[in-house]
Design a protein around this ligand. Structure first.
Ligand code: C2E
Ligand code: MG
Ligand code: MG
Ligand code: MG
Length: 284
C-alpha cells in the first residue's frame, strides 16, 4: 500500500515537472516567433519632474500579446535572457522607443531598460547610435536603465561601454536601487546620471519607518553625488508629498499615470504642452 502511494506521489511530482517544463518550452517557442509575428509592443509611463512640474522623461515598458493574453515582462524577460532572445528583442525595443520618442513634443526623454545580456553579445554602442540616427533624435534624449547585476561582474568592458555611451550624451540610470546586495558600492564604480529608488521602499513607506529613513538617505546621497533621484511606484498623495519634501527630482507611479499605449501617451504629452504654452503666455 505504502509503496503504491509513494509511487503515485512520485508520478504526480514528475507530471508536475513536465507541465512546468512544457510551459517553459512553449513560452520559449512562442517568444522565438514573437518578433516576426509582431506580438511585442511598448507601453509608455511618464516620469514627472517635480521642479519642472511637467513630464521630463517617459519609460518604455515591453508587453507580449500571446495566445489571447498579455504576458508581463517579469514572466518572459528572464526566459528571453537565458535563451539569448533578449538581444534581438532588446534591439527592437530600442529602435521602437526612439522612433516613438521622435513624435513627442519638446525635449522629453525616453528611458529604455537594458539587460546585461545585451552588453555581452552585441555592439551595443553601434546599436544605440544607429537607433538614434534612424529616429533622428539626439543622444541627450535617451536614457538607458541598467540594474546592478550588470556591474556585479566588475566587468571592465561593460564599464567602458557605459562610459562611451555617456560620452555620446546618453544618460545612464541605475534602476531598482536598493534591491541588490551592495547597491552603494556600485554608485562608486560609475557616475550615474540618475538613481531610481525601487518601489518596494515606497510600498512600505507608511508601515515601516525605516523605509522613510532609507528614501531620505538615498535622495541625500544622490544630491551629494550630483545624481538625480526618481521615486518609483508612487501611488498615493502621501507618498508624493513625502518624496517631494525630501527633494526627489522625479516621481513615477500610478498616482500620476500607469503605463499607457503610445497614442494615449502622445495625447497626454500634447495636452500638457498646450497647457504649458497657455500658462507661459499668460505669464508674459
Ligand atoms: P522597471 O524597469 O523597474 O519598471 C517599472 C515597473 O513598475 C513597470 O512594471 C511598471 O508598470 C511598474 N509600476 C510603475 N508604477 C507603478 C506603481 O505605482 N505601482 C506598481 N505596483 N507598479 C508600478 P512592468 O511594466 O511590469 O515591468 C517590469 C520590469 O520588467 C521592469 O521593471 C523591467 O525590469 C522589465 N522590463 C520591462 N520592459 C523591458 C524591456 O524592454 N527590456 C528589459 N530588459 N526589461 C524590461
Ligand atoms: Mg526601468
Ligand atoms: Mg525600476
Ligand atoms: Mg522595478
Amino acid at each position: 500500500r505504502a509503496k503504491s502511494e509513494g509511487r503515485s506521489t512520485y508520478h504526480f511530482f514528475e507530471t508536475g515537472m513536465d507541465a512546468d517544463l512544457q510551459q517553459r518550452r512553449s513560452i520559449e517557442a512562442g517568444l522565438r516567433l514573437a518578433l516576426q509575428r509582431e506580438e511585442l509592443r511598448l507601453m509608455f509611463q511618464p516620469l514627472l519632474g517635480l521642479k519642472e512640474n511637467r513630464v521630463t522623461c517617459v519609460e518604455a515598458l515591453l508587453r507580449w500579446d500571446h495566445e489571447g493574453r498579455t504576458i508581463s515582462p517579469v514572466e518572459f524577460i528572464p526566459i528571453a535572457e537565458e535563451t539569448g532572445l533578449i538581444v534581438a528583442i532588446g534591439e527592437w525595443v530600442l529602435r521602437e522607443a526612439c522612433k516613438t520618442a521622435a513624435t513627442w513634443p519638446g525635449e522629453i526623454r525616453v528611458a529604455v531598460n537594458l539587460s546585461p545580456v545585451q552588453f555581452k553579445s552585441r555592439d551595443l554602442l553601434g546599436l544605440v547610435k544607429s537607433a538614434l540616427s534612424e529616429a533622428r533624435i539626439p543622444a541627450t534624449r535617451l536614457e538607458l536603465e541598467i540594474t546592478e547585476s550588470l556591474l556585479l561582474a566588475e566587468n571592465d568592458t561593460n564599464l567602458k561601454v557605459l562610459h562611451d555611451l555617456r560620452a555620446m550624451g546618453v544618460r545612464i540610470s541605475m534602476d531598482d536601487f536598493g534591491t541588490g546586495y551592495s547597491s552603494l558600492s556600485y554608485l562608486r564604480s560609475f557616475p550615474f546620471d540618475k538613481i531610481k529608488i525601487d518601489r518596494s521602499f515606497m510600498r512600505d513607506l507608511t508601515s515601516r519607518g525605516d523605509s522613510q529613513a532609507i528614501i531620505k538617505a538615498v535622495i541625500g546621497l544622490g544630491q551629494s553625488l550630483g545624481m538625480s533621484t526618481t521615486a518609483e511606484g508612487v501611488e498615493t498623495e502621501e507618498q508624493l508629498e513625502m518624496v517631494r519634501a525630501q527633494g526627489a527630482s522625479e516621481v513615477q507611479g500610478f498616482l500620476f499615470s500607469p503605463p499607457l499605449a503610445p497614442a494615449a501617451l502622445a495625447n497626454l504629452l500634447h495636452s500638457e504642452a498646450v497647457s504649458t504654452q497657455v500658462k507661459s503666455k499668460k505669464a508674459s
